[in-house]
Design a protein around this ligand. Structure first.
Ligand SMILES: NC(=O)C1=CN([C@@H]2O[C@H](COP(=O)(O)OP(=O)(O)OC[C@H]3O[C@@H](n4cnc5c(N)ncnc54)[C@H](OP(=O)(O)O)[C@@H]3O)[C@@H](O)[C@H]2O)C=CC1
Ligand SMILES: CC(=O)C(=O)O
Ligand SMILES: [Mg+2]
Length: 572
């Protein structure tokens, strides 16, 4: 067997097995592959059944030191591991200890990505058990920095890259992905990565991060998740000049060239994975995002996280906040800084919810909502401060992607006519937040109810500790997607967003309210996701959009039973 392999690999039956020094200074391998020059062809070999060395290098099955004695015997692992056997708990303890040694968040990020590449179950165990500590690493804000530096920190590729070079061959590219039964795709074209702008192909960190939350927070199994970056070029001059940039070095394709590639992609996905695969659009620029959602919303199961997920999470926070500020949604006045995907998505869902509650036409309910963009309000008002003073909103929402725009004067103005001004600084990452938690509490003399897209630590002000919430779509999309998957939904409907929002708001407890929180803690996120999933699935059945029949009686229990858990499996 051994010699047959050698002969086949070498393409020649006679081999000199003694290692020799090569011209480049290395040592030749016994198969002669090192001797091959650039124009001699060699075959990349692999084995289909993971055992021994290849088992240790397969992240899906690797358990590292946690392989039992029996497994080490049965799977040819003897000698490939040191003699000790660790439990998964001990591995987790060791890794958390190591991660906590790093002072720089990006180092924590790379060590977690390496773990994901090495031992998937252990990665998810860590993420689930330490979600509040690790979320800011695998997700905003650190993932933003990782995308900015993706070319330099890039080691092994994650996800699937589809560039203009693959035009006409996208179906073949999808078939190169090792998994067949995909349930959720998160796709970006990298043009609006958080509030950091066009990061081109380096936006891949976002689909990778979002999908790791699909698994950790929503229980969708990792093998069913597919991160995709569509590379149509970048207009980011710094990246185009960067030696380490990993994407196409050209300006972004637009118009027909862009839409043809996207259309081929959408058709290929449906052809390869069927009608029930969820395609989540993420961090597209708004000049494409709305069109893509409208175009494919009637033919595919598509969801835009920035427009729809954000809307659902913010509406939940607003509904919960009514417990603290009193009144109904309709009695509030909303002012947005930023009228793009997040801003208009949230505004529309608020208007829809008020319209459902009051039976007033949506054209009427929109009148309580004001949006300011870079050119000002659609009125002779050019600054946010002026708009705040004239409109006197009860709720101020930042979705402009520009940091420090809720100035002291703006927050003070909000606090001058509101007992409890509700201030949501949604822009990510932390550097782009409209104001910090400390600023919101200090400038409002401790009266603001504050939540932000990226997390802030608790703030002490005048001897009292204030705990800011995190208003981020990651409360919604994992449970939302799970609900679509378990019901076999074929289309997304706005009523599902309202159902998800209501389910999230219901998870806020009296204890949370006492702390001024309008979102529940992430520590309970899997329970929260199961509830969101059940509500979304229930709505899918009600609307006739579910294909998984018969409908399970208890949808919460069913959702929980479908959720991936990262404990190790025993191998026979
Ligand atoms: N917390 C969360 O869950 C989420 C947060 N976000 C964050 O929200 C931000 C915006 O995202 P998104 O809506 O998709 O982006 P868009 O590009 O779609 O929208 C940005 C909007 O902000 C406006 N704007 C830009 N600069 C200014 C300024 N100086 N003053 C006033 N308005 C300005 C733009 O106006 P114009 O068109 O005139 O330039 C546009 O209306 C990002 O930072 C993103 O990270 C997004 C989704 C979810
Ligand atoms: C959270 C998110 O989706 C964004 O900032 O784009
Ligand atoms: Mg996003």
């Amino acid at each position: 067997m051994e010699s047959a392999l050698r002969a086949i690999r070498d393409g020649d039956s006679v081999l000199d097995l003694s290692p020799r020094s090569t011209v480049g200074g290395g040592v030749e391998d016994i198969y002669g592959e090192d001797r091959a020059t650039e124009d001699q062809l060699v075959t990349p070999w692999n084995f289909s059944v993971a055992s021994g060395y290849s088992l240790l290098r397969d992240p899906q099955f690797n358990k590292g030191l946690a392989f039992t004695e029996k497994e080490r015997d049965a799977h040819y692992l003897r000698g490939l591991l040191p003699p000790t056997v660790f439990s998964q708990q001990l591995q987790e303890k060791k890794l958390m200890h190591n991660i906590r040694q790093y002072q720089v968040p990006l180092q924590k990020y790379t060590s977690l990505m390496e773990l994901q590449e090495r031992n998937e179950r252990l990665f998810y165990k860590l993420l689930i058990d330490n979600v509040e500590e690790l979320l800011p690493i695998v997700y905003t804000p650190t993932v933003g920095e990782a995308c900015q530096k993706y070319g330099s920190i890039f080691k092994r590729p994650q996800g699937l890259y589809i560039s203009l070079k693959e035009k006409g061959k996208i179906l073949e590219v999808l078939k190169n992905w090792p998994e067949r039964s995909i349930q959720v795709i998160v796709v970006t074209d990298g043009e609006r990565i958080l509030g950091l702008g066009d990061l081109g192909c380096q936006g891949m960190g976002i689909p990778v991060g979002k999908l790791s939350l699909y698994t950790a927070l929503g229980g969708v199994r990792p093998s069913a998740c597919l991160p995709i970056t569509i590379d149509v070029g970048t207009n980011n001059e710094t990246l185009l000049k960067d030696d380490f940039y990993i994407g196409l070095r050209r300006k972004r394709a637009t118009g027909q060239e862009y839409s043809e590639l996207l259309h081929e992609f959408m058709c290929a996905v449906k052809q390869n994975y069927g009608e029930k695969v969820l395609i989540q659009f993420e961090d597209f620029a708004n000049h494409n995002a709305f069109d893509l959602l409208a175009k494919y919303g009637t033919t595919h199961l598509v969801f835009n996280d920035d427009i729809q997920g954000t809307a659902s999470v913010v509406l939940a926070g607003l509904v919960a906040a009514l417990k603290l500020i009193g009144g109904t949604l309709a009695e509030n006045t909303f002012l947005f800084l930023g009228a793009g995907e997040a801003g208009t998505g949230i505004a529309e869902l608020i208007a829809l919810e008020i319209s459902k509650q009051t039976k007033a036409p949506i054209e009427e309910t929109r009148k309580k909502i004001w949006l300011v963009d870079s050119k000002g309000l659609i009125e002779p008002v050019s600054t946010l401060l002026e708009a705040v003073k004239i409109i006197k909103p009860t709720v101020l929402i930042g979705t402009s992607g520009k940091g420090q725009t809720f100035t002291k004067e703006v927050v003070e103005a909000m606090a001058s006519f509101n007992d409890k001004p509700l201030i949501l600084a949604l822009s990510n990452p932390t550097s782009q937040a409209e104001c910090t938690a400390e600023q919101a509490y200090t400038w409002s003399q401790g009266r603001a109810i504050f939540a932000s897209g990226s997390p802030f630590d608790p703030v002490e002000y005048n001897g009292k500790v204030y705990v800011p919430g995190q208003a981020n779509n990651c409360y919604i999309f994992p449970g939302f997607g799970l609900g679509l998957v378990i019901s076999g939904a074929i289309r997304v409907h706005d009523d599902m967003l309202l159902a998800a929002s209501e389910a999230l708001a219901k998870q806020v407890t009296e204890e949370n309210y006492k702390k001024g929180l309008i979102y529940p803690p992430f520590a309970n996120i899997r329970k929260i996701s199961a509830n969101i999933a059940a509500s979304v699935a229930a709505k899918a059945y009600e609307l006739g959009l579910a294909t998984r029949l018969p409908r399970p009686e208890n949808l919460v229990k069913y959702a929980e039973s479908c959720m991936y858990t990262p404990v190790y499996r025993n191998y026979r």
